[in-house]
Design a protein around this ligand. Structure first.
Ligand code: COA
Ligand code: AMP
Length: 631
């Protein structure tokens, strides 16, 4: 169904015919303090810059612009906590006031344009306020997901060198209060840095404050002065968001002000079909890119109401929680990881709980973050009776590389495919030698340079790492790290990663980082972590440990120690619960570990032993070890 006067194909063609004209037009909806000299600056290619020479401010476009246009009464943010039962609504007026005051607090702590501010926060309104306050004064925020442990947090503190950290006394997980402040204290000690902190003290858990270093949010806000937006370059950094790569050192993906806000506005309008005043809910976490793009920036830039949900799809209190939120707040579109839908389906397969709620305002369900399996898509369509849209994107891109564009044309859904490329993305499938493959053939998914507005500027402090990781394999193309194929009609199919990244419940994790932790256990001589197919979470990490000779400690104790070490060093979010001890790891004759085969054996999937395997007996040994393993 075509929504406007142009089809998807016509819009995509329009972009192909005149990319710069296309993005110049898209930028007209936003407010600029100074126009750009060039829509696209190519001097630092492959690290291109959008709207070079322009001045703007993302916070201004997300808040002030709407208030100045007379929409201050409109609800900007609804905080709904299934953990505490609290529901709080903030109009654009009120949110702007709070953000401007917190920006004043940051200035009072000597934070200036370009300084970094790190956030380690649960899903509470202060987190959104702090992000926008940074944007307001041109400070660069870096949000670290609350499920990461102190050591991972410390790595990010060391890399980003924040002047101030904003945190809370605790996060709330079902049945437990996670005290964040002790983790933060430990991380600051590990990082050995001098900085200030602002802590939101929640009623569920008091925090200990260090005099002269830690400030209480409520105290500093009482005396704060609201400050205006600082005009920044379009190409200045708005945020750094760390994401997992092949090694244990996370990559700090850097995003700009100008390109990002255009991408957010364009995608809210054209992918999600959102108009100002609509209610949009991304059930993710502000610690992930989905949270940055579609809990905070996208909906607010577009003038929508955004939902900040603190809770889970199931167990808070039941599998009807999402339907309750949609009904209570008249949500028009929900964006969620397929895992959440699978969790609901497992608890309430006939969607009985749905009958209690009025979902008459609900228009579309969007899925991303991991592969949307056809069963989950079909089940959602059946129970909800609305279009269910799979779309594919990454931290690096900030918005969809492929989607079904509900604001342009709802093209026929093909199950298992996130549909077609967004304008801005020329997506190709290459074999390992860089030759383009015909439809149906599996290969590396790449995107022709330049990437569109919204895509990363670079890796923080490391242009070389950015170029080496993403732009060196195939000259002139961005390497997505995903494998897949296209069909005859141009639909993309994403089949999995080509690197050591795994996807657990929509969370992107590095097996390399887990292997680094396991290698630190004294008895471990060698190890491998692989992602194994899991019905609920998409993938689960499995560790395979080879022990040194003459080890005295019993195997089950070593396994317990391994599981604990990953939890303590990476965090609970890694969901590392499975490890087995094996005699050897299967390798090729050249010494490469055969991870895919190990993953298939652990997932009880069929596999073909590669001809390059140095000793086929090893595969039987691994199967036996897994049979003995009690989970
Ligand atoms: N702060 C602290 N700990 C956190 C956390 C946070 N923000 N988020 C998760 N954790 C912890 C959990 O408490 C859990 O700890 P445990 O091992 O002690 O039980 C662990 O990390 C794993 O959490 P989770 O991935 O949520 O798994 P689960 O088994 O508790 O719940 C689902 C399963 C399917 C309900 C849950 O994974 C889910 O809601 N998935 C949706 C995923 C999503 O929205 N992804 C965003 C990407 S778009
Ligand atoms: P993240 O950077 O955390 O958003 O994770 C990005 C990765 O998640 C992608 O590179 C894919 O591997 C995977 N992914 C995201 N969306 C989809 C999707 N719709 N289908 C398949 N895989 C997806």
């Amino acid at each position: 169904m075509v929504m406007g006067n142009k089809t998807y194909q016509q819009i995509y063609q329009k972009w192909q015919d005149d990319p710069e004209g296309f993005w110049a037009e898209a930028a007209q909806d936003l407010s600029w303090d100074r126009p750009w000299d060039q829509v696209l600056e190519c001097e630092s290619a492959p690290l291109y810059r959008w709207y070079a020479g322009a001045k703007t401010n993302t916070c201004y476009n997300a808040l002030d612009r709407h208030v100045e246009a007379g929409h201050g009464d409109r609800t900007a943010l609804i905080y709904d906590s299934a953990m505490t039962g609290a529901v709080k609504k903030f109009s654009y007026d009120v949110l702007l006031n709070q953000v401007a005051k917190f920006a004043g607090v940051l200035e009072g702590l000597a934070v200036k344009k370009g300084d970094r501010v790190l956030l380690y926060m649960p899903m509470i309104p202060e987190a959104v306020m702090a992000m926008l306050a940074c944007a307001r004064i041109g400070a660069v925020h870096t949000v670290v997901f609350g499920g990461f442990a102190a050591k991972e947090l410390a790595k990010r503190i060391v890399d980003a060198e924040p002047k101030v950290i904003i945190s809370a006394s605790c996060g709330l997980e079902p049945g437990k209060v996670i005290a964040y402040k002790p983790l933060l204290d430990q991380a600051i000690d590990l990082a050995q840095v001098a900085l200030k902190t602002v802590i939101v003290e929640r009623p569920e858990c008091p925090a200990t404050f260090i005099d002269g270093r830690d400030y209480k949010w409520d105290d500093v806000m009482t005396s704060a002065n609201a400050v205006p937006c600082v005009s920044v370059n379009s190409t200045d950094p708005l945020y750094i968001l760390y994401t997992s790569g092949t090694t244990g050192a996370p990559k700090g993906i850097v995003r700009d002000h100008g390109g990002h806000m255009v991408a957010m506005d364009w995608s809210m309008k054209n992918v999600y079909a959102m108009s100002p005043g609509d209610v949009y809910w991304a059930a993710s976490d502000i610690g992930w890119v989905v949270g940055h793009s579609y809990i905070v920036y996208g909906p607010l830039i577009r003038g929508c109401t955004t939902i900040l949900y603190e809770g889970k799809p199931v167990g808070t209190p039941d599998a009807g929680a999402f339907w309750r939120v949609i009904a209570d707040h008249k949500v028009n579109a929900l964006f969620v990881a397929p895992t959440a839908i699978r969790a609901i389906k497992r608890e309430d397969p006939k969607a009985e709980l749905l009958k209690q709620y009025d979902l008459s305002n609900f228009r579309t369900l969007f899925l991303a973050g991991e592969r949307a399996d056809p069963d989950t898509v079909k089940w959602s369509e059946d129970i909800l009776g609305v279009p269910v849209i799979d779309h594919w994107w990454q931290t690096e891109t900030a918005w969809s590389i492929c989607a079904n564009f509900m604001g342009i044309e709802h093209i026929p859904v093909k199950y298992g495919s996130p549909s077609k490329p967004s304008p801005g993305y020329d997506v190709r499938i290459f074999n390992d030698e860089g030759l383009e493959l015909p439809p149906g053939e599996l290969g590396n998914i790449v995107v022709k340079e330049p990437l569109p507005p919204g895509a990363m500027l670079t890796v923080w402090k490391d242009d070389k790492r950015c170029i080496d990781t993403y732009f060196s394999e195939f000259e002139g193309y961005y390497l997505t790290g995903d494998a897949g194929h296209k069909d005859e009609d141009g639909y993309l199919y994403i089949m999995g990663r080509t690197d050591d990244v795994i996807n657990v419940a929509g969370h992107r994790l590095s097996t390399g980082a887990m292997e680094e932790v396991l290698s630190g256990i004294v008895e471990v001589a060698e190890c491998a972590v692989v992602g194994v197919a899991d019905e609920l979470k998409g993938q689960q990490p499995y560790g395979f440990l080879v022990l040194k000779n003459g080890i005295k400690r019993p195997n089950d104790e070593i396994i317990k120690a391994a599981i604990l070490a990953v939890r303590e060093e990476i965090g609970a979010v890694a969901s590392f619960r499975n490890a087995v001890i094996v005699k050897r790891l299967p390798k090729t004759r050249s010494g490469k570990i055969l991870r895919r085969v190990m993953s298939s054996i652990a997932g009880r999937e069929d596999y073909i032993a590669p001809a390059t395997l140095d000793d086929p007996v090893i595969l039987d040994e691994i199967s036996e070890a897994l049979i003995d393993f009690k989970g």
